[in-house]
Design a protein around this ligand. Sequence first.
Ligand code: SF4
Length: 445
Amino acid sequence: MMKKKSRKKIPRTQESFLKATFHCHDDQSWECIGCGKCCTMWDIPVTAEEKRRIESLDIPGFDFTARKYFTPSDRRGKIFLIKKIGSRCVFLGGDGLCAIHKHHGEKVKALACRLYPFHILKWDDGSASASLRFDCVAVSENRGKPLCGHLGQMRDFASELDKGGRRSKATYSKSFNTSTKALRSVAEAYKAILFERDISMGAKLNFTARLLDFHVDPANRQDIIHPQLEFEKDSVRYIRDHREDLEFTVLSAARPDKLLNMVFNYILSGFARVDEEVLLSGSFISGRLRRAWAILKFILDKGSLRDLGADYPDTKGLGPLNSMAKTKIETQTEIVLKRYMAVQLESLHFCGNPGLSLTFEEGMRHLLLAYPMIVACASLYAESKGLQEISPHCAASAVRIIDHTFYHSPFFSLLHVKKMTKWLTGKENFPKILRLMDTQELVHG
Ligand code: SF4
């Protein structure tokens, strides 16, 4: 069980300013615990100017004239990557501190280092959104100062990012455009659906996926173009009136067949991939082959999460969906899972992000599927520890895995992955997956 944290009282005005400045879910907290994970899991990009700035510093133990501490990024023109020794950033000292920060303060560090774990986007309509990245250990466990306590820092980041001129733009689907404002209302309605009480989470996720199908039809697009308040009211009224039918659809679904099991595992392996390790261990080719073999075994329920990422637990021989069917969700765990969904829906970070560039419809399917993926991953954690229930700690560990790739992995931009995501969240298959989760839920949420 996670310890109950005493939240520092934040003045009301600070909370209101947060909401007025950023689209965000304010129930997130962070204070760095110095675990150093972010200095090992990422390749850190720096601009040519940041590289020059760091190289002009006097840092004990670093000789910028004799050695190279940066390598050109082959994918992104004038961007460089900070070198690593083993899997650690070259500037991360044995004391767990960043040598640049330790000797010259935070301000001289590269933006990517200062920004983490904030995820801040500027949008085409001038608005800004913010969230904290769940792959940070402190964020996944909601430790530290509430988001509104970081307001000043977040504002500075937003204006610094704005100077780069890169803006996010979301559209509903490839076949028709909508305003970002309209999409925020649709996302708000989806959040109201997913937070409706006294109906199982599986039924709500399935209903949301069916709404996405409904709006694929051009005849139903008005709801999305002008969602206003009616869309939210009508959707919530619908689930209240049809609660039993919606739950029955999920609970009466057949068990997943072999193909469904394999496709689910394949997408889960995509969420759990850690590309840096492939490049670090042995040659590039042998690394790739090793990973392909690990994925194949994982798809067939014979692999282990450990083969996909060295920090993950050994889950050899445990099938993700089998594990999900056997493991119950602790009541407190639901808070962790729901926080993840609320953060995505309020920030709109599941779509329009220039990095991944998913449409709203694609991003929503990606998000809806992420929920059972997190539960399956948390089940593997729990089962590997001999637990029968998913604790908040297991859920936080699973959220770290899923969120690490959620917005950034090019895997999710691949056409076949988008098609598989659509297939998994489709009318035939999604209830079969969600049933495994719902039949084990202790508390309806
Ligand atoms: S992962 Fe989070 S808690 Fe750990 S060092 Fe990085 S910012 Fe701090």
